[in-house]
Design a protein around this ligand. Sequence first.
Ligand code: ADP
Ligand code: MG
Length: 220
Amino acid sequence: MIQLAHISKIYRFGDTVTEALRDVSLTIEQGEFTAIMGASGSGKTTLLNILGCMDTATSGSYVLDHTNITQLKAAELDKVRRHRITFVFQNFALMDRYSAYDNIELPLLNQKLPHAERRKRVLQTARQLGIESQLGKLPRQMSGGQQQRTAIARALVSGADIILADEPTGALDKKTGIELMEILTRLNAEGKTVILVTHDADVAGYADRILTISDGELVE
Ligand SMILES: Nc1ncnc2c1ncn2[C@@H]1O[C@H](COP(=O)(O)OP(=O)(O)O)[C@@H](O)[C@H]1O
Ligand SMILES: [Mg+2]
């Protein structure tokens, strides 16, 4: 489903040139659960952002479902970003004055969906994550685990099938971290493709496949 070929990413900042990714080639099948491990500064976030179409490579090609992402126009790229791919953030980044319902509905507001359809999707996604009874609450009225589920529901409500997570357990206590990994494992079992970046071997252990990146290069 995902094919990266000879991807490189060079950052130039004044006189400083950083080669964040060097000749990275990678294939990820639909429904796979992949972990990317590596030391700080090895290029993990850069790679994930390119996979998530949040950033573009300096050279190389990225094919997603037979579409060459590198050649897409902005509007088409925006569509891929909105409908196929979603990010799970480390700090849940919920809007603290919005109820759980309103937080989850947020990504649907810029799609031209009737109110009843939005409601159906919010309820369905909340049910999938076991938080239907929490929908009227503000984030601060929920436990950490419930806030996390709300954030994941918001990430999934648009129907994306590729979930990207950058050190998702980094700011969580052990128990909430395990809960998150169990949710990701279940979503993967239900068919989502999961790609996660971590430097924690226990977290990577949930994946089917572990890739290691060192100094911008993939080392299997
Ligand atoms: N926007 C940027 N401008 C310049 N250099 C950057 C930028 N983002 C990342 N880098 C550099 O690219 C390298 C890889 O960074 P990153 O992908 O964030 O690594 P990781 O997520 O593995 O810690 C690092 O040397 C970092 O300093
Ligand atoms: Mg990073």
